[in-house]
Design a protein around this ligand. Structure first.
Ligand code: HEC
Ligand code: HEC
Ligand code: HEC
Length: 174
């Protein structure tokens, strides 16, 4: 039987850990493999929400089957203002099937109040794309315009912040 939260024999926080209030979840497991059990939960970023953290880091390094973050993200990242330092909250990221913005996006993700976007959903059902299976073209949409990635993105590349902020500039928009 699963040792769920609220069980009398749940593992409670030590006094030292309980002063860390960045997350208010009952730490019922003292192991990090949350997604062995919670891996099917649906988590999607929403405009205005402030649940996320670690802006600029590669979310998928933790929000994965083996990682410590709940939810197995298929796509996640962070958007900044042109200074590359100030997070850009409450905008959208579109995913197009081709290297133009003529067709409807295959998926649209909302960037939350911290400048982060994430989803556990399969955003390429059927693997639609530019002839080659599994390719999409992301772009960031703001009131000032649309800022597109000139090359294709594939889910197998991992998190957006595994390139952006590492070997290319952070994702930015005006
Ligand atoms: C062995 C399986 C298992 C593991 C591992 C596990 N959980 Fe849970 N968790 C459960 C069950 C079962 C429940 C209670 C069912 C429910 O409320 O949906 C639960 C409930 C919760 C809840 C309260 C309900 C909710 O969704 O808000 C939180 C928060 C939570 N777990 C976080 C975590 C975190 C963080 C980790 C990793 C440190 C973790 N869990 C690891 C099985 C597990
Ligand atoms: C170093 C590991 C790590 C990184 C990197 C990381 N997270 Fe987390 N994340 C965690 C842990 C641990 C928790 C707390 C346990 C939980 O609820 O998943 C958490 C919790 C969260 C939550 C709240 C849980 C919920 O209800 O959905 C969100 C949202 C979140 N992370 C989003 C992100 C985003 C977006 C990124 C990238 C910008 C990111 N995380 C990067 C480890 C990480
Ligand atoms: C494999 C590395 C890689 C990954 C992963 C990646 N990108 Fe990019 N991205 C690039 C490169 C290279 C450029 C072109 C940079 C340049 O022109 O200087 C770029 C440019 C962009 C641009 C246009 C410049 C800007 O910041 O406005 C956007 C928008 C963008 N990417 C969004 C994303 C999003 C969203 C994701 C995740 C879904 C992502 N990228 C994943 C490599 C990557």
């Amino acid at each position: 039987m699963l040792n769920g939260c609220g069980e009398p024999n749940a593992i409670f926080l030590t006094e030292e850990e309980s002063t860390n209030e960045s997350f208010t979840f009952p730490l019922h497991m003292n192991e990090a493999k949350c997604n062995k059990c919670h891996g099917l939960e649906v988590k999607v970023s929403k405009i205005g929400e402030l649940r996320s953290h670690n802006v600029g880091k590669d979310c998928l390094s933790c929000h994965s089957i083996e990682g410590a973050g709940r939810g197995i993200y298929t796509v996640a990242g962070s958007v900044y203002k042109p200074d590359g330092e100030t997070p850009y909250p409450n905008i959208k990221v579109n995913f197009y099937p081709r290297n133009n913005q003529l067709e409807n996006p295959v998926a649209v993700l909302e960037v939350d109040g911290n400048g982060n976007f994430y989803t556990t959903k399969e955003i390429m059902p059927g693997g639609k794309g530019d002839g080659e299976v599994g390719l999409l073209y992301p772009s960031v949409v703001t009131d000032h315009g649309e800022y597109s990635m000139p090359v294709s993105f594939s889910i197998s590349m991992g998190g957006c912040n595994s390139c952006h902020g590492v070997d290319v500039a952070r994702i930015f928009a005006e």
